[in-house]
Structures are given as structure tokens and as C-alpha cells.
Design a protein around this ligand. Structure first.
Ligand code: GDP
Length: 320
């Protein structure tokens, strides 16, 4: 694989930057990237021209418009349109320019709100989606089906990986746009440094979430590039730890990592979202891949990243 020209779309994001780090660790020198200023993935002609110029042999599609529960419910039009445009343009360019393998990244929110737990890949399209992120989920389901359709019609090797909720270096700590873990890291940090007695946690604290360190997903992407083919799996394959915790337990783990000893207060005016979301990861395990980073080890490293990026000594911690 070291001879390959690997294009990582979305290399500045949480997932894409982890994939680039992993490829670099493995000694890959031919990694193709383009910033948003250099290439707007929503413009089909520009994507085609980029592929014509760089001729990637393998592609990881980690570029997407993403966000937490509030961003998803506030901006559904942006979420559905941008994601459909990006994936349509990249998938079509992969076909046109003979890319040997595409790894398309989805999300566990593609599964029905009341799917069996842990969620097997076969739960896809068996029930209604969680309304708070339906627009995003529909776009990602369309991406899976687009990859599958190209594979069937054109014999391409386009794989769809469905990661669980992710966290890690490069995360988004914006209070309204972020997911639960970065949001709680930031809030617990701010509560500690400003001496607050309470930590506000959204919802009831009872929903359960599986959280995976993004370096584990990057390792699964490289595993897929090296060892999986679309013909080995169904239309998509789950990537997760297989372990979930309640939001209350997650908040307590964050408080320990941050060294904050206050009281948890639940803001039940905020949505809970889907009650439980843990993936059945047995299929990828059978192929030989396992997550390695436990939450208790992963959260401190995410907190270090937050401190390095946002918590300057003389400024109040706020994202750029
Ligand atoms: P989801 O997994 O798609 O629902 O997205 P999130 O990661 O945004 O939310 C997961 C759960 O964490 C939901 O039940 C939220 O109500 C809960 N939660 C608790 N505190 C927060 C917070 O500060 N931010 C976010 N985004 N979610 C929170």
C-alpha cells in the first residue's frame, strides 16, 4: 500500500486528521489532501478536476458536515444538502478516475431509533430514524446505497464503514455544535477553573452512548484499505467498541479526568435523543479488527488536546 496515492478528503476534521496521522505513522508518503479553500467538495466540476490532476488510487471520504444534537436539529437543510453533494461528487469521481478502493464513512445514526441493541448492520432501513438527526442520517444512508449501487453496476470496490460516536484530538468544542463528550470536557473544565458548584448535563442522563477514540477509527480505516473488500462485507460494516455507558456515567468519567468535583445537574429542557446506541461489532471482529483504546485512557488524552488548543493561560477558554 505504500505505493498508493491515498486521498484523505476532510483531512482537517476529527476523523480525517486521525487517518492522516495513522498513515504517516505507517510510513505513507503519498497522501493527497486539499483544504476547503483549495477544493470545495460540493462543486462537482472542481472535484473532477482535482481527481484528474492528482489521480488518487485509494480514497478515504471523511469530509462531511457534522455536528451534535442541537446543530443537527437546527440546520437540517444544511446537513442533508452538503452531505449529499460532497458524497455524490466524490463517489462519482472515484468511479470516473478508476480509484481502486473508496472507504466511505457514515455514522451509527443511520440505524432506526428503536433498533435492536447492540445494533447489527442488518437493522439498516428497518424502522424510523431518530428525528433530531434524520437529515444527516438520510444523507449517510444515501451514501451507503450509492456505494452499493456503484459496486453492483460498475464493479467498483467502495466500502462503507459505520463508526459509533467519536471523540479525540481535533474535536469540536463549540458549546452549541459539539457532541456530548467534547461539550462535557469543556464545561467541566470551565466549571473547575471558575469554581462552579454544578455541572450542567443536557437531558435526563439516562440515554446510553458508545464512544470510540478517533485513533481507533483511523486504525479501522487503514485496516479496511489494506485488508477488506466490498465483496467481503454487506452494504456497510460497523466500527465501534461494543461498550456503552449512560450519559451520567460519561459525565462522571469526564469529571474524574478533568479533576472537577462538583454536582451534576440535568437540564431536561434539552433533548435526550435516541435512548440507546451501541453497535454490534462482531462482523469487523470476525475479519480481525478490534478497538483498543478504553474510555478511561482516551478521555485524558482528549482533555490534553482541549487544554493545548483552547485553554491559554491568560485567556478564557474558547474555540477559535
Ligand atoms: P447524539 O449521540 O446524536 O444524540 O448526539 P450528542 O453527542 O450531541 O448527544 C448525546 C447525548 O448526550 C444526548 O442524550 C444529549 O442530551 C446528551 N448530552 C448531555 N450533555 C450534553 C452536551 O453538553 N452537549 C451535547 N451535544 N449533548 C449532551
Amino acid at each position: 500500500m505504500t505505493e498508493d496515492n491515498i486521498y484523505v478528503a476532510g483531512h482537517r476534521g476529527l476523523v480525517g486528521s486521525a487517518v492522516v496521522r495513522q498513515l504517516q505513522r505507517l510510513g505513507h508518503e503519498r497522501i493527497v489532501t486539499a483544504s476547503r479553500q483549495e477544493l470545495d467538495l460540493t462543486v462537482q466540476a472542481d472535484v473532477g478536476a482535482f481527481f484528474a490532476a492528482h489521480r488518487p488510487t485509494q480514497v478515504v471520504l471523511a469530509a462531511a458536515k457534522v455536528g451534535g444534537i442541537l446543530a443537527n436539529s437546527d440546520l437540517p437543510a444544511d446537513f442533508i444538502r452538503s452531505n449529499l453533494e460532497i458524497q455524490n461528487n466524490v463517489i462519482e469521481a472515484c468511479y470516473r478516475y478508476g480509484v481502486r478502493k473508496l472507504v466511505f464513512l457514515g455514522s451509527s445514526c443511520i440505524y432506526p431509533k428503536f433498533a435492536p441493541q447492540p445494533i447489527p448492520e442488518s437493522a439498516l432501513l428497518t424502522g424510523l430514524l431518530e428525528p433530531t438527526n434524520e437529515a444527516y442520517a438520510i444523507a449517510k444512508i444515501a451514501g451507503i446505497k450509492t456505494c452499493a449501487a456503484y459496486n453492483r453496476q460498475y464493479g467498483t470496490n467502495f466500502l462503507s464503514l459505520m463508526p459509533t460516536n467519536l471523540y479525540g484530538p481535533g474535536d469540536n468544542y463549540d458549546p452549541r455544535g459539539s457532541h456530548v463528550l467534547p461539550a462535557l470536557i469543556r464545561r467541566a473544565h470551565e466549571a473547575r477553573v471558575t469554581g462552579q458548584s454544578d455541572l450542567v448535563v443536557w437531558g435526563s442522563g439516562t440515554p446510553r452512548r458508545e464512544l470510540m477514540h478517533v485513533d481507533d477509527l483511523a486504525s479501522a480505516c487503514v485496516f479496511a484499505l489494506e485488508r477488506l473488500d466490498a465483496s467481503d462485507i454487506g452494504e456497510c460494516i460497523n466500527v465501534g467498541t461494543g461498550i456503552d455507558l449512560t450519559i451520567r456515567e460519561i459525565a462522571e468519567t469526564v469529571m474524574d479526568a478533568v479533576g472537577y468535583r462538583g454536582r451534576i445537574v440535568f437540564d431536561t429542557s434539552k433533548p435526550d435523543g435516541t435512548p440507546r446506541k451501541v453497535l454490534d461489532v462482531s462482523a469487523l471482529r470476525r475479519h480481525g479488527w478490534n478497538a483498543r483504546i478504553a474510555l478511561v485512557d482516551g478521555i485524558p488524552s482528549a482533555y490534553q488536546d482541549f487544554l493545548a488548543r483552547y485553554a491559554q493561560p491568560h485567556a478564557r477558554s474558547r474555540p477559535a
